[in-house]
Write a protein that binds this ligand. Structure first.
Ligand SMILES: Nc1ncnc2c1ncn2[C@@H]1O[C@H](COP(=O)(O)OP(=O)(O)OP(=O)(O)O)[C@@H](O)[C@H]1O
Ligand SMILES: [Mg+2]
Length: 496
């Protein structure tokens, strides 16, 4: 029941209430009806009993004919039945000096004797002021009153309750039918009303659901949907929910906008700072180079020191370039959109890697080229920014060179898989430390070896690859274990 919908619960409640009320009303009115009818019957019974007692006083069974058959019925029918006014179905029993006389007025107006069992039931009734109900075998239920005459005879009179019982039963049937119809109507109408009343709540929930599907995690906050004004009337409960939801959305929207603004500021600051650093770095590099060229005129240790300055400034330049690039990608700066053949890109980048790392084995695995007029493999062409995609590949190849020992084999493969172009760089080096894998694509995350001074590692290479690939609506992932490290880039293939 706890998991029932509110609508179901309300309808069940309405129906339940109607059942309870109809039941209570039916029970009370039936009891009242029955009470009043029995009351009237008892009045009749008292009158009837009075007449019977009067007749007994006047004459008694001796005065009547009959009495010839002996046994339990030595006398004629009780005089109480032979009085004017006794209705059909009335039973009477008289006991005088141990002699029992009994009878019942049948429907034709004659008097029929009662059998032994019936007599036993009637004879057992105690004389008293209040009528009691007794079931007479074969005759049904009777209201019975016993009285004693002045002469000490017992006179028991009974009137059938058949009429009352039938009326009450009919009334009960009608009432049950009416109650059933009432419950049915309450169910159907309740359902319709509850459904109509809850519809605004459903609309509010639908709005909330739709808002929950709006991507809010990144990017500029666009205005999200609101609950329509009709469902925000604070005088109704549903309106209060709708209004509260709208206030919540206002709050979320302004907070996100503020957050986005401050993020943008930080990003802009990083971009500006990186940009500003390029010029002084270029001069430092230039002066260091100058010293290198004037080697003959400067003491050796100064040349060595300036060599370090040059190397470090080169490294810093790369870092600054990387940071600038990331800041621009973060800012959602538009990428160039041209057709880029990843196969060609790989064919360019792998020889460069081979030149940089001659101690590694570099392999390129490309699908066979399509001859003119023949069906070859579909071209591995994507739409995107060629220099950026080139950088992704360069970063992956640099990692396979820098973070693996000499002799490692590095396989670069490009293939088209349906609507996706898959670029993979696989090496059989020692692999990425498992603890590093979950953070591999985060900024400045690098392995312990890469942290050692002079390694030239910054930990931005994969972060850049990730940002570039995502800007192209692609994915990059890694599977690594010792002996098999595989970086896979998936990009949507260019249309057509
Ligand atoms: N092919 C690989 N084999 C083993 N470890 C790798 C491999 N590629 C990356 N890693 C690990 O992942 C870390 C992060 O790589 P990432 O390219 O982001 O940074 P980096 O290479 O350390 O520095 P940067 O590329 O900015 O010069 C590396 O420091 C290295 O520990
Ligand atoms: Mg790297």
């Amino acid at each position: 029941m706890r998991s029932w919908t509110l609508r179901r619960r309300l309808v069940a409640l309405v129906v339940g209430l109607v059942v309870v009320v109809a039941g209570a009303m039916g029970a009370v009115s039936t009891l009242a009806l029955r009470g009043s009818m029995v009351g009237r019957l008892d009045d009749d019974l008292r009158a009837s009993s009075g007449r019977a007692v009067g007749a007994e006083d006047l004459g008694g069974p001796d005065a009547l004919p009959g009495g010839a058959d002996g046994g339990r019925f030595p006398v004629g029918p009780p005089p109480g039945l032979d009085v004017r006014g006794q209705r059909a179905g009335t039973v009477s029993l008289t006991v005088r000096d141990g002699a029992v006389s009994s009878g019942r007025i049948d429907d034709a107006g004659g008097v029929a004797r009662l059998d032994d069992e019936q007599v036993d039931v009637l004879a057992a009734v105690e004389p008293g002021a209040a009528p009691v109900t007794r079931a007479l075998p074969g005759l049904g239920r009777y209201r019975v009153l016993a009285a004693t005459t002045a002469a000490g005879d017992l006179v028991v009179t009974g009137i059938a309750t058949t009429e009352v019982d039938r009326t009450v039963r009919d009334y009960l049937v009608v009432e049950t039918l009416v109650a059933l119809v009432g419950v049915l109507v309450a169910g159907v109408a309740g359902r319709a009303v509850v459904r109509r009343e809850l519809r605004p709540l459903e609309r509010v929930a639908t709005t909330a659901t739709r808002v929950s599907k709006v991507p809010l995690a990144t990017g500029e906050v666009r205005p999200v949907e609101r609950v329509p004004a009709a469902d925000t009337d604070p005088r109704t409960e549903v309106g209060q929910v709708g209004a509260a939801l709208n206030r919540l959305l206002d709050h979320v929207e302004t907070s996100l906008a503020a957050r986005h603004a401050s993020e943008t500021q930080v990003r802009q600051f990083v971009a500006d700072a990186s940009h500003e650093l390029r010029t002084p770095l270029a001069s430092i590099r230039g002066y260091a180079e100058l010293v290198r060229r004037l080697r003959a005129e400067v003491p050796d240790d100064v040349v060595r020191a300036m060599g370090r300055v040059e190397a470090e400034s080169r490294r810093m330049t790369r870092l600054v370039e990387d940071m600038l690039l990331l800041a621009r990608l973060d800012a959602g700066r538009e990428l160039e959109r041209t057709d880029v053949d990843l196969g060609m890109l790989a064919a360019d980048a792998v020889p460069d890697a081979r030149a940089a790392g001659p101690d590694h084995r570099w392999r390129l695995d490309l699908p066979p080229l399509a001859d003119d007029g023949e069906d070859g493999a579909p071209a591995a062409v994507v739409t995107g920014d060629a220099p950026r995609l080139h950088q992704v590949l360069v970063n992956l190849l640099a990692n396979a060179r820098v973070h693996t020992p000499p002799g490692t084999t590095v396989v670069t493969s490009v293939r088209r898989d349906g609507d996706v172009v898959v670029l993979a760089v696989t090496d059989d080096g020692p692999g990425v430390a498992p603890a590093l894998v979950p953070h591999l694509f985060q900024r400045f995350s690098r392995g312990d070896a890469a942290r050692s001074p002079g390694s030239g590692s910054t930990g931005l290479g994969l972060a850049i690859a990730d940002a570039v690939v995502r800007a192209h609506d692609g994915t990059i992932e890694v599977v690594s274990r010792p002996g098999a490290t595989r970086f896979v880039v998936r990009l949507p293939a260019a249309a057509g």
